[in-house]
Ligand binder design. Structure first.
Ligand code: GLV
Ligand code: MN
Ligand code: MN
Length: 401
């Protein structure tokens, strides 16, 4: 181990320089050049720190410190971002994992079980219509990706091969071990810890999610000459459906959340009636049945329309519960370290929910200033980053040594 002064904050600042946009706006979508640069940097750093380093066929980074017994105590998070993101989402969990492992080996030497850090290639689903392709590959549950394309029509497989070529030239290809446990630390991305003035969030469960793409086909025509009664305005139908669903959301009530975050009109021209509208729907609740009810209402509305509306559901994630034994252990560690904590559900999706399908998991949060995330204004103090890492490190120590 060479770099003794390495901090979580330093790694986050370095990874923030790998972005398509000027800092502090971070855009690093999976398999873009900025993504390859970030993964290359982290794998190189881990090598310098004495870890065994490999990538799998999706570009997940696999960093290992060998233990004396079979089994991998695993930790990690993702390095892709949303468009116009902040510095911390995902990257904090990767940085905290690397620093924790480095410090554990410096302090306690070889572990009993392997320490395995996973740098997941993709979690956000912000380039291709698929979330969690990195962690799904680790647990051997990746759906068919042959036809997958981004908005510009670039193929997932071709983009992946281009992005991985320079990494494959430098690092061996490997496969992550199925873990005996998984832990992730993440920024909260919401206001709860700040409002309650708590230092650590201990996540009890992660919400269920559905995501849809809705396509409405009307008819493009002249904005000046087509009477209102004769129009087939795709945008008007989109607004009606979006508003109807907003009312459904209000009726369901909090903590249900409903978001239309993306819409494309075509031809998207000032004096042409929109011939086509395509928009996204993202809905979440801790109880998956609430999402099923929402989907039924959406389908019933669509079935009644004369206009052609195509609803494609491309994500259907159940809710997941984190391990209760791990939660108790984390409470004990927070007490020992005089850190205040709050047990809470996560409204954001995390790689932990995928890993939870194959192993016992733990998910920890640190506060997000003003509860802001998926934005360049995302911010967590260096002190909070450090405190979270210390709790994670102690947790991993108790499992792996
Ligand atoms: C990921 O950050 C998500 O919850 O959308
Ligand atoms: Mn994240
Ligand atoms: Mn995110």
């Amino acid at each position: 181990m060479v770099q003794s002064e390495l901090t979580v904050h330093d790694i986050i600042e370095k990874i923030a320089t790998f972005t398509n946009d000027p800092v502090p706006q971070i855009t690093r979508l999976v398999y873009q050049e900025s993504w390859t640069q970030a993964q290359d940097y982290l794998l190189g750093l881990a090598q310098k720190l004495g870890m065994d380093v490999a990538i799998d066929e999706m570009g997940n980074g696999i960093l290992t410190i060998k233990g004396t017994k079979e089994g991998a105590v695993t930790l990690g998070s993702h390095i892709d971002s949303v468009v116009n993101a902040g510095k911390y989402d995902g990257v904090y969990g990767v940085a905290a994992a690397i620093v924790s492992v480095k410090e554990l080996v410096e302090q306690y030497g070889q572990p009993t079980y392997d320490l395995q850090v996973l740098i997941f290639s993709e979690e956000e689903g912000s380039r291709f219509p698929m979330n969690f392709s990195g962690s799904l590959n680790v647990i051997d549950a990746l759906p068919d990706i042959k036809q997958l394309q981004d908005r510009e029509g670039f193929s997932f497989i071709e983009e992946r091969e281009k992005a991985l070529a320079p990494l494959k030239a430098k690092f061996p290809i490997g496969k992550a071990q199925m873990p005996i446990s998984f832990a992730e630390i993440h920024i909260e991305q919401g206001p709860v810890l700040e409002i309650k003035q708590k230092q650590i969030g201990l996540v009890t469960g992660i919400v269920a999610q559905k995501k849809f793409t809705v396509t409405i086909n009307g008819e493009a025509n002249h904005a000046g000459t087509t009477p209102m009664s004769m129009r087939k305005d795709a945008f008007k139908h989109a607004i009606q459906l979006i508003t109807y669903l907003e009312n459904v959301a209000q009726q369901i009530g909090e903590p249900f959340v409903y978001t239309v975050g993306e819409i494309q009109l075509s031809p998207n021209v000032v004096n042409v009636i929109p011939g086509k509208a395509v928009f996204s729907i993202d809905v979440r609740h801790i109880n998956a049945e609430v999402l099923d009810d929402f989907e039924e209402k959406l389908q019933a509305y669509v079935a009644k329309q004369e206009t052609m509306i195509i609803v494609e559901r491309w994500l259907n994630e159940p809710s997941e519960k984190m391990d209760e034994g791990f939660l108790s252990l984390l409470e004990e560690i927070c007490h020992d370290k005089n850190s205040s904590y709050e047990k809470m559900a996560s409204g954001a999706g995390h790689d932990t929910q995928v890993m939870n399908l194959v192993t016992k998991t733990a998910l920890l949060f640190v506060p997000s200033r003003n509860g802001i995330s998926h934005s360049p204004y995302e911010y967590t103090t260096a002190e909070d980053l450090e405190r979270g890492k210390e709790i994670l490190k102690e947790f991993i120590y108790r499992l792996a040594y």
